[in-house]
Design a protein around this ligand. Sequence first.
Ligand code: SF4
Length: 232
Amino acid sequence: MPRPESKKWAERRDRVARFILPVLKKTYPAAKCSLDYGNPLQLLVATILSAQCTDERVNAVTKTLIKKYRSAKDYAAASQEELEKDIQSTGFFRNKAKSLRGMAQALVESHDGTVPETMGELTSLAGVGRKTANVVLGNAFGKNVGVVVDTHVTRVANRLGLTDHLVDAVKIEQDLVRIVPQDDWTLWSHLLIHHGRAICQARKPKCEACPLLPHCPAGPKFIRAEKKRGDA
Ligand code: SF4
């Protein structure tokens, strides 16, 4: 028989607060945003560039980019061709250059060249969706407005049995904000991303070595499957 809705959420909230969060905080005490930035604009640019690209590659590109483009005005004044060339190695550079220019032009025209601090204003900028806005609000402004849901957060949250949704990032975020304390929303994503990279990897999660194994419904299944493969 399925669990009543309220009981299900209470169990998830309790498991997060008593076990999952404390274990992850202890395991990854230095978890933080892996994009390099010195101000909100730099983080906004880096996050737009990070779509379908590794953070290492983005950091290598922004290292030079920030010396050339110091303000929203600089991006707004750049030609499409020149900006494409400067960000080419991050992939999807035509769309990204278009987004950066559109975003910067809106900042100059409507926000005095500064990055706004609300979800509504941020998501109205070119190339800025809820995920990018959450990254900027949480990390550059210290505002826990939502939870960043990327591929690692999606996978790990599903394996831990903390969401009912497999792929829809908006619905996964809605599930997570119900059970994670608001003060930890930004950190929560960093923790899950670190855990997804280090242990709960997509193809071969290292369940036997995972500190969350006693609190994870998927762990024993992965271990049994691995054992079966070994016995075969
Ligand atoms: S036990 Fe396995 S599936 Fe569960 S969180 Fe750890 S690595 Fe991921």
